[in-house]
Write a protein that binds this ligand. Structure first.
Ligand code: 4NP
Length: 150
């Protein structure tokens, strides 16, 4: 299974989702490829936000080797599953899709724990206190997804 996590900047939410999913897959002996990307290019090449790195580290997840990159149309073919963090990411990614097969790969991350409710992972960029909450919702969503393959 090849999974891509997508948010806006690829420095706050999707790096956490990538790190959490990688760790859960490894812990459960699943040989998955997990990557992340942003719909925007502003932060390409940068490390994850220091608050995401710190929050992940506190929870035992190391995301300090990640670098931000922009989502590319080729990602539709490189990945089996594209988890988007919010409904804006969803529209931005779907706009680039050229087939039903590609559209079918795109899913809201929180649909794993709140099916059909179209909930978004809140953008913590402007909220110093939001990172822990974001980590916890991503942790639950990734656990729910992984449990379907155990
Ligand atoms: P992310 O958060 O999409 O979770 O990585 C953001 C990071 C940067 C910006 C917005 C959201 N920004 O506007 O620079």
């Amino acid at each position: 299974m090849k999974i891509l996590m997508v948010c806006l900047g690829n420095i706050c939410r999707s790096p956490l989702a990538e790190g959490i999913m990688k760790q859960k897959a490894a812990e459960n002996g699943l040989e998955w490829t997990v990557d992340s990307a942003g719909t925007g290019a502003w932060h390409a090449g940068e490390l994850p936000d220091r608050r995401s790195i710190a929050t992940a580290r506190k929870k035992g997840v190391d995301i300090s080797d990640q670098r931000a990159r922009q989502f590319q149309i080729a990602d539709f073919e490189r990945f089996d599953k594209i988890f988007v963090m919010d409904t804006q990411n969803m529209s931005d990614v779907l706009r680039l899709a050229t087939s039903e097969a590609q559209r079918g790969k795109v899913e809201l991350m929180l649909d794993q724990i709140h099916p059909g409710l179209r909930r978004s992972v809140p953008d913590p960029y402007y909220d110093d206190n939001g990172f822990e909450e974001v980590f916890d919702m991503l942790d639950q969503a990734c656990s729910a997804f992984v449990s379907r393959y155990l």
